[in-house]
Design a binder for this molecule. Sequence first.
Ligand SMILES: Cc1cc2nc3c(=O)[nH]c(=O)nc-3n(C[C@H](O)[C@H](O)[C@H](O)COP(=O)(O)O)c2cc1C
Length: 168
Amino acid sequence: MKKLVIYFSHTGENYLRDGIRNITKGNTEIVAEKIAAMTGAELFKVETVQEYPYNYQECCDVAEYELNKNIHPELKKYLDNITEYDPIYIGYPIWWGTMPMAMFSLLSKLDFRGKTIKPFATSEGSGLGSSVADLTGICPNAIIKKGLAICGSDASMSDALVKNWLDE
Ligand SMILES: Cc1cc2nc3c(=O)[nH]c(=O)nc-3n(C[C@H](O)[C@H](O)[C@H](O)COP(=O)(O)O)c2cc1C
């Protein structure tokens, strides 16, 4: 079986430990690429048709609105199926305590029956938040393994954490 990393990651403004910065490669994408390099997994990036705002505060507002209204934003591309992949690494930033709604847009369309999911998230204090419980809800027939929580500001230095988690 081939391996797959499905991830979402936002570029534009973000708060890192040392203040607000313009990010050209998102924290989750940095981790996703490490996983792909270490495992040989293919990468699938979740991207919305209506891009999330560059401005940090505006992005927070859109994300909160989508979460509260349970909006599944339309994506630029979808996966037809995941039959040839196992395990599947699923990564995202924590937004308002869980996955961005763009992840729900994709995951709700896929059949994860019997598939092993290894979730990973970057955040600035929430760890995995309620994302693993939410994954269980949206992928009820998957085997969901222990999640990996990485502090977004440390994404580029997370090799050892990622490797340990992959080896578990
Ligand atoms: C809209 C939005 C909501 C966020 N909500 C949370 C949160 O609830 N808890 C938290 O620890 N960090 C939160 N963050 C910080 C991100 O999770 C963190 O910066 C993450 O590493 C960003 O990953 P990315 O660069 O891959 O998008 C939020 C960031 C944004 C833009």
